[in-house]
Design a protein. Structure first.
Lengths: 361, 259
């Protein structure tokens, strides 16, 4: 097919493109998805029937698919479209590969957790249970109470910090706060647990265990996330809105409360919900600060409490005989936790849709 | 109600950058004063010093004095919020509050300041402001709908309604018609002529015909040179500026535009 550039060997950028044909070779419609489906099926076959490891089969499948679609397109469609196909294929494969562990986790937790996902699990504690039966009612309530307390501490602190940083903070202090918030984002959760434990051990002596300690440990993890997300959302509020408010003789604090925060509310609420989802499954800090108990304790200021993550952990490491009943409970607890996180994520989406500034009604 | 504004030797800075230098002028009450000049010469900057919006930019400051009747606007004991209560502003770009309905946008000046009015009174304020801004007929059936759902020109008129709903003594308008069609522009110009019976109005405009049509006084700003601060070249009666300006630069600028 003659193209203007191939006519002259010194490719002249200024050659008019008038002679270029408007049509070019094209792969049949749906070529890419069909190839992908065939390669995926082949990889599945390799895993199931040829004893390949699933990871190996997936990686080889991705490579084969990319190579096939690139070469095919290069022959039929030419180099420019082939490059486009190549990049699209790489992105698609990366996405699918990243999805595999997630699917695997969901499938495993579902298949193991459904055995005990029953009403007894949600209405009984483990008081006096040695073998079969029992439930995680106490742990579910414990998780909800401790996480709610953590949110109660973190949201005001984080929100006000972000407001300070965006609306008032200038100079050294603001820079220092930003720096330490960034550092806090990276601290391992076990350190947060040890911090809360050490703090309370100073006051109440060693060996102390309380729900509130766990809430404080979790808020150490949660505050930087809330600050960060709120800060980003407040920065997105156009300065013109603040100026419009000032020009109406509205004082600064009222501008923040009535104009800036409502405008950013959707984003802030989403950020907070995601921060909660982030800490609700924490295990290590709760293991140190809250411990575990087999009976109902819903008072966060008095002694050990059960939480889903720690419950799951203990059921797994200290199973009874036979161990199956404990393991089933551990998986059911893990499944419950995943569902709670999923619901929180859905709530976050709902919130952002409900509170988002509306343009059309 | 209307107040006279007197500016004396005003230098305006953004941090160390001197944006506008040595402005002195008197703005008469019950009149429209137009400010014209090339882009970047400091018209918006100057306008924002009149209601102390300029200092909201970090490190921005002014030297010199501005008096409103006999009050020094930059006096030590003056609260900028009180200044802005008396001097309203319409911005170059429309900026309605996206979380508020059309009704609430117009009522914002009162509601955000916790002025408690009875529902009927508030309705009347809103209707009067919207009618004055020539928007009432277009939005009267959808007052509870969000303000950001309006067209650009409608949004600008909404912002004008919002500014006049609080009945300021002085109204500053930064290119209020640059996003409007001729019909809305006409309406805003009529509004200015109407408002000047009671208020003091200062507008910035790039539209010479508009300046000639609506203003009583016209001030011409110019840059002294590239990288130099802007300055007020002259301010005089509009008819004089557009027929026999006393400075060469003014004549060049105006005739350049009119060909
Ligand atoms: N926030 C700011 N920080 C620093 N410099 C600024 C800021 N705003 C404006 N300036 C500068 O001040 C000068 C005057 O700007 P200004 O916006 O007042 O011009 P203008 O006359 O309103 O122009 P236009 O007609 O294009 O609106 C320009 O040199 C501009 O770069
Ligand atoms: Mg301007």
């Amino acid at each position: 097919m003659p193209t203007p550039t191939s006519q002259s060997s010194e490719s002249d950028l200024y050659t008019p493109l008038t002679g270029a044909p408007l049509t070019a070779g094209q792969l049949p419609r749906g070529a890419a998805p069909l190839t992908l489906a065939i390669v995926a099926l082949a990889a599945l076959g390799l895993w199931q029937f040829a004893d390949w490891s699933p990871a190996g089969a997936a990686v080889v499948g991705a490579l084969v698919y990319t190579a096939v679609i690139y070469l095919w397109s290069r022959v039929v469609e030419g180099p420019r479209k082939a490059t486009d196909r190549l990049v699209t294929a790489v992105v698609t494969c990366a996405f699918l590969l990243a999805l595999l562990p997630l699917i695997s986790v969901v499938v495993t937790v579902l298949s193991n957790g459904l055995a005990r996902f029953d009403t007894e699990f949600f209405s009984y504690s483990m008081r006096g249970i040695v073998g079969e039966g029992g439930g995680a009612y106490h742990a579910i309530m414990g998780t909800l109470i401790i996480t709610a307390l953590a949110a109660l501490i973190s949201v005001p602190v984080g929100l006000l910090t972000a407001v300070y940083l965006v609306e008032y903070g200038r100079g050294k202090l603001a820079k220092a706060i930003t720096f330490f918030v960034d550092v806090m984002t990276g601290i391992p959760s076990i350190v947060a647990g040890l911090f809360a434990y050490a703090l309370f051990a100073l006051i109440f002596g060693p060996g102390v265990r309380m729900g509130i300690m766990g809430a404080i440990a979790l808020s150490v993890l949660m505050i930087p996330v809330v600050v960060r997300s709120t800060e980003e959302m407040l920065k997105l509020v156009p300065n013109e809105l603040r100026e419009a408010s000032y020009a109406l003789a509205v004082p600064k604090w009222r501008t923040i409360v009535k104009v800036v925060l409502p405008t950013a509310l959707a984003g802030i609420a989403t950020g907070v919900t995601l921060a909660i989802a982030r800490v609700i499954g924490e295990t290590a800090p709760l293991l140190i600060t809250v411990g575990i108990t087999s009976s109902d304790n819903f008072n966060p200021f008095d002694g050990r409490m059960a939480t889903l993550s720690v419950f799951s952990y203990y059921e797994y490491v200290n199973p009874g005989v036979p161990p199956q009943f404990s393991l089933d409970r551990a998986w059911a607890a893990a499944l419950t936790l995943i569902i709670i996180v999923m619901v929180l994520n859905l709530v976050a989406r709902l919130i952002s849709r409900l509170f988002a500034p509306k343009t059309r009604a | 109600m209307a107040k006279r504004i007197e500016v004396k030797d005003l230098d305006i800075y953004y941090d160390k950058f001197l944006a506008v230098q040595g402005v002195s002028m008197t703005i008469q009450p019950r009149s429209v004063t137009a400010l014209i000049g090339p882009s970047g010469c400091g018209k918006s900057t100057f306008l924002r010093t009149l209601n102390r919006m300029h200092e909201l930019v970090p490190n921005a400051r002014v030297d010199g004095k501005i008096f409103m009747d006999d009050d020094d606007l930059y006096g030590a004991a003056v609260d900028p919020v009180n200044v802005r209560r008396q001097i309203g502003m319409v911005f170059q770009r429309p900026n309605p509050f996206p979380t508020m309905s059309i009704y609430d946008n117009v009522a914002a000046g009162l509601k955000l300041n916790n002025k408690r009015l009875r529902k009927a009174e508030m309705d009347e304020v809103v209707e009067r402001a919207l009618s004055a801004a020539n928007l009432w007929e277009e939005v009267k059936d959808r007052l509870p709908k969000p303000g950001s759902g309006l067209s650009g020109g409608q949004q600008q008129r909404l912002c004008i309604a919002r500014a006049i709903a609080v009945q300021p003594d002085v109204l500053l308008m930064d290119e209020p018609c640059s996003a409007l069609d001729p019909i809305s522009t006409q309406a805003i110009e009529d509004l200015m002529l109407e408002l000047k019976e009671k208020y003091t109005i200062v507008i910035v405009t790039h539209n010479m015909q508009q300046a000639a049509r609506v203003s009583d006084m016209t001030g011409f700003f110019n840059l002294r040179g590239v990288g130099q601060p802007g300055e007020l070249v002259e301010i005089d009666e509009t008819t004089k500026i557009f027929s026999t300006p006393s400075k060469k630069a003014t004549e060049d600028y105006i005739s350049g535009r009119f060909g």
